[in-house]
Design a protein around this ligand. Structure first.
Ligand code: DX5
Ligand code: ZN
Length: 223
């Protein structure tokens, strides 16, 4: 399972340094949470931060994975593409035109993802499963880092993994992932775990990443 650190809980006065520490520990996806104060009750950052991280991502060969928690994301797809996002994920609840938004992302030369909130059924993404590179299942209600994992979402992740089957579609979980919850997500079939406060928290970043990897490895031990 791949780890995608979310910078939402990073120290923004030392952002480059903290991301570099994660990349030095082997991280190759950087998760960027964009919030508009309308789709979610919080405001974070926009294309400017994506643009300023692009050179750092290039230095490490890392992917800028942009999670747009904004209404009518079509309005900003070109801006995030121009800023250097590699993958742009929109929310299925945020636009009546999910298929069109995915097409727009692809036309901009980027990989496309679609996300669903904890209460949103899988049927919201079933019809676009062959059009996307990633499906994100929220394991908290989006808006803030550091919230508690919602375990009742796991059966949905499992059903999604069955539906995806052999297709080349990443299954991402996001919210409340830590050493206690990560293995259950991997067991349910998630292929990428977003980790915010579990990486940019009180522990040194390399230690935090090693702890998450150890939790995954331990879960794979027989008996
Ligand atoms: C929630 C964001 C998440 C979140 C992850 O709205 O999409 O990426 O910040 O942070 P933790 O891991 O602290 O829940
Ligand atoms: Zn996110």
């Amino acid at each position: 399972m791949r780890l995608a650190p979310s910078i939402l809980t990073a120290d923004f006065t030392r952002l480059g340094e903290q991301i570099a520490a994660a990349c030095d520990a082997g991280i190759d996806w950087i998760h960027l949470d964009v919030m508009d104060g309308r789709f979610v009750p919080n405001i974070s950052f926009g294309p400017l931060v994506v643009r300023s991280l692009r050179p750092l991502a290039d230095r490490y060969g890392a992917i800028l994975d942009t999670h747009l928690m904004i209404v009518e994301p079509e309005r900003y797809l070109a801006d995030f593409a121009a800023a250097g996002a590699d993958l742009i994920t929109i929310h299925a609840e945020a636009t009546p035109h999910v298929h069109r938004a995915i097409q727009m992302i692809h036309d901009l030369g980027k990989k496309a993802g679609v996300a669903i909130n904890p209460a949103t059924p899988l049927s919201m993404v079933e019809e676009v499963i062959d059009q996307v590179e990633l499906i994100l299942v929220m394991t908290v209600n989006p808006g803030f880092g550091g919230q508690a994992f919602i375990p009742t979402v796991l059966p949905k992740v499992q059903r999604l993994a069955t539906l995806v089957g052999e297709r080349p579609v990443e299954i991402m979980v996001d919210g409340g992932i830590n050493a206690a919850t990560i293995a259950s997500c991997a067991a349910a079939g998630a292929t990428v775990a977003v980790v915010g406060s579990a990486v940019f928290g009180s522990q040194p970043i390399p230690t935090a990443i090693a702890t998450l990897r150890a939790a995954l490895a331990e879960a794979h031990q027989p008996g």
